[in-house]
Write a protein that binds this ligand. Structure first.
Ligand code: CAA
Length: 297
């Protein structure tokens, strides 16, 4: 379990204590939880009240299960709730933020518009981070007046359990912003990798390549989804096969990333398989819909 030390972190003069996480989906909820567990004062913001309520339930379940498993103490659970606020109002959420972490859907225009709005509401000192899993950090940063204080902070699902934090450095990201994000990653108990702003960074580029090839193999009748997954879990020691993982992440999310990477690289490696397009069209988008490559109901 991640989490840990108390007290503010200073990195070359930059101190992060107040964190606003914008977007209360699976990723936003997880990021808010680990940040609060690590001692930050966190506001989790979403314009939709039901989404905030779902996030509250997700975090409660994760914390309670953590206590049951002996990974989280009851005191840690209570302190986490004491440091975590849920808010619908963006202005309230970012008013005193040292760092804003954006975790809204993977649409460049939505993210760009959000950061432009946040910039009118937050202090001058605020650092900006996006949890995007593939979109260009430099392009997003250039939508703001603080490209030097902007970077990618890419977390992994389930955030409280996965130990990686992928930091993505844009063309203009300065050293103190990277240092502050590194320090925050360490304080949250994550292992940090630093990657330049190339399409798909390190994780999505490799993860999507494997996932798309697995889908093409199902399409070509090479083996069943179950057997392809067993090939990777038992043969290669992956914790989860690429098709089950695609169900977990969401076929719609993976299709969106594949389309983006296909456009960026301009070759066939990331061309979305027809089967993926069809399944998304039919609403078979994975665990959240009850069916994908597996039946989750
Ligand atoms: N609180 C605290 N700790 C918990 C916990 C909780 N609620 N639930 C589980 N844990 C701990 C367990 O105690 C265990 O710890 P140890 O390793 O120290 O024993 C660990 O978490 C694993 O728990 P389980 O053994 O119960 O779970 P598992 O072995 O079935 O693994 C999994 C579950 C971690 C999800 C694993 O299947 C896995 O790693 N899957 C792959 C996930 C993955 O690839 N995620 C990335 C997706 S891509 C992404 O997110 C990025 C993107 O951009 C879309």
């Amino acid at each position: 379990m991640t989490g840990g030390a108390q007290g503010a972190v200073a990195a070359e003069g930059m101190t992060i204590q107040h964190v606003a996480v914008v977007g209360a989906g699976t990723m936003g909820a997880g990021i808010a939880q680990v940040a609060a567990m690590a001692g930050y004062d966190v506001v989790l913001q979403d314009v939709q009240e039901p989404q905030l309520e779902r996030a509250r339930t997700t975090i409660a379940t994760m914390l309670d299960k953590g206590v049951d498993r002996g990974k989280v103490t009851e005191a840690q659970r209570d302190e986490t709730w004491a440091r975590l606020t849920l808010a619908q109002d963006l202005g309230v959420a970012v008013a005193s933020a040292d760092l804003v972490v954006e975790a809204i859907p993977e649409k460049m225009e939505w993210k760009a518009a959000l950061f432009r709005e946040v910039e009118t509401l937050c202090p001058e000192r605020t650092l900006f981070a996006s949890n995007t899993s593939s979109l260009s950090i430099s392009r997003l940063a250039n939508e703001t007046k603080r490209a030097d204080r902007f970077l990618g902070m890419h977390f992994f699902n389930p955030v409280p359990i996965m130990k990686l934090l992928e930091l993505v450095v844009g063309e203009a990201t300065n050293e103190s912003t990277l240092a502050a994000a590194r320090a925050m990653g360490a304080r949250m108990g994550k292992s940090v990798i630093v990657v330049k702003d190339a399409p798909g960074f390190a994780t999505s580029r490799l993860g999507i390549a494997l996932g798309l090839e697995a889908i093409r193999m199902v399409e070509q009748g090479v083996a069943s989804a179950e057997d392809i997954d067993l090939a990777m879990t038992l043969g290669y020691g992956h914790p989860m096969g690429p098709l089950r993982l695609t169900d977990l992440v969401g076929l719609d999310v993976r299709l969106e990333i594949a389309r983006y990477l296909h456009g960026e690289f301009g070759d066939d490696r990331f061309r979305p398989p027809v089967l993926l397009e069809q399944m998304v069209e039919e609403g078979r988008i994975g665990k959240k819909a009850g069916r994908g490559f597996y039946d989750w109901e």
